[in-house]
Ligand binder design. Structure first.
Ligand code: ADP
Ligand code: GN1
Ligand code: MG
Length: 368
């Protein structure tokens, strides 16, 4: 065992509890997710499958058995519908026949087959990548559109509920447990100014104009794997697959695709809009989602594109105010830097909203 941040002996014991049909020679930290801890497990047989070990963050996902049950239902449904079950996450159970392991410290672990020769991008650089990502997330929603929504439970209630997020934000300001509120007054004001306008999707949903669907809820671009030719291979990170609105997924992808800089760019001057990437993503997404989207949902997509960076900024700033307890950070002030980057993106989106909406409608017309 090498490259591990947990003691080797401990991780070896965890790995050996799983029914992995291979000899594992190393476990290395992998990926850039903000929530779970991920390790790539290397197979001694270079031609055989590698595996991916994850410690599920049970402070974020409070009911891991419920989450794993969702995952099982979703992956089974996808495998039944996708030819040969290819391009769907495959879980490896424990030797005791369970889908996850709980260790003596109370941590939850699971293992997937590692999808070799794939890449996940934190930053999108080509129209091909954006188009392929759009197809992957559109087809993901389409494939789940006939699954009984009542089977899928909420792993994090109110995940994209803006009222709930704003309430938590106001509570964090009021308690100001880390004495940080006075140093972020401009960012607080930015959020308060826009709070009301951002509740449109929620209101449309409450009024029954938008159908609840099974959606992914965490469609940032690094949650789709592409192959070496940038063809989409698999949608991953299924922990937040829950009932929600189609516009949430569209908006979260756009948040990461259209931005000319990273989600946490410190130099906000570098944050701009890459409109051709947005157009390519929209083309891929609507190509697949046209089979089930209603006109009201299509009208809501642009609102999702504005809401998701906004709600993300509310969550980052709340976490900053609460002392960085939710998102992994890589430096002090990281959550504030992320907040500012999302605000810069919201401003750019606001300035260009009509043009972006025009692209969505033109693309939609082509598919009618
Ligand atoms: P997090 O919730 O922390 O974002 P993810 O499930 O997204 O966790 O996994 C983190 C990273 O690991 C992904 O961004 C991707 O690069 C990689 N990854 C996840 N699942 C697989 C897989 N089955 N095969 C190959 N790489 C994977
Ligand atoms: C988290 O797990 P990851 O890194 O794919 C978060 C998302 C945020 C994202 C911001 C369960 O996603 O909601 O949009 O960070 N996931 C959870 O980068 O909170
Ligand atoms: Mg992820």
């Amino acid at each position: 065992m090498d490259h591990i941040s947990l003691p080797g002996e401990k991780i070896s014991r965890i790995i050996s509890a799983f029914d992995i049909p291979a000899e594992i020679t190393s476990a290395s930290p992998f990926g850039s997710g903000h929530i779970n801890d991920t390790y790539r497990l290397t197979n001694e047989d270079l031609l055989g499958d590698d595996y991916l070990l994850q410690r599920i963050n049970h402070h974020v996902f409070r009911d891991v058995p419920l989450l794993m049950n969702n995952l099982d239902i979703v992956t089974r449904h996808l495998k039944e519908k996708v030819a040969s079950g290819k391009n769907v996450l495959t879980l490896i159970g424990t030797k005791a026949g369970k889908p996850y392991l709980q260790d003596e410290d109370g941590n939850y672990w699971r293992v997937f087959v590692f999808l070799k020769d794939t890449k996940s991008y934190d930053l999108v650089t080509s129209e091909k990548q954006a188009y392929e990502g759009g197809k992957a997330f559109g087809s993901f929603q389409a494939l789940l559109s006939d699954l009984d929504i009542h089977l899928i439970k909420y792993t994090i209630p109110d995940f994209h509920n803006i009222e709930f997020r704003l309430n938590n934000f106001e509570k964090a300001i009021a308690s100001d447990s880390c004495n940080r509120a006075s140093s972020v007054e401009p960012e607080i004001a930015f959020i308060r100014q826009r709070a009301k306008a951002m509740s449109e999707i929620l209101e449309m949903g409450k009024a029954g104009f938008l159908p609840l669907r099974i959606v992914h809820n965490d469609t940032k671009f690094n949650n789709v794997l592409l192959d070496s030719h940038d063809n989409a291979q698999c949608v991953i990170d299924l922990d937040t697959v829950m009932p929600g609105f189609a516009a949430y997924d569209f908006g979260d992808s756009v948040r990461t695709i259209i931005n000319t800089a990273a989600e946490d760019e410190a130099d906000t001057i570098r944050i701009g809009l890459n409109v051709p990437l947005f157009a390519a993503y929209t083309r891929g997404y609507l190509q697949e989602a046209q089979t089930f989207l209603t006109q009201a949902e299509v009208d809501s997509l642009i609102k999702g594109a504005l809401l998701l960076p906004f709600i993300q900024s509310v969550r980052f700033l709340t976490d900053y105010l609460e002392g960085d307890v939710y998102f992994k950070i890589h430096s002090p002030g990281h959550n504030l830097q992320r907040t500012r980057a999302q605000h810069a993106l919201v401003v750019k989106l606001e300035e260009n909203l009509a043009a972006l909406e025009g692209i969505i409608f033109e693309t939609w017309q082509q598919y009618q």
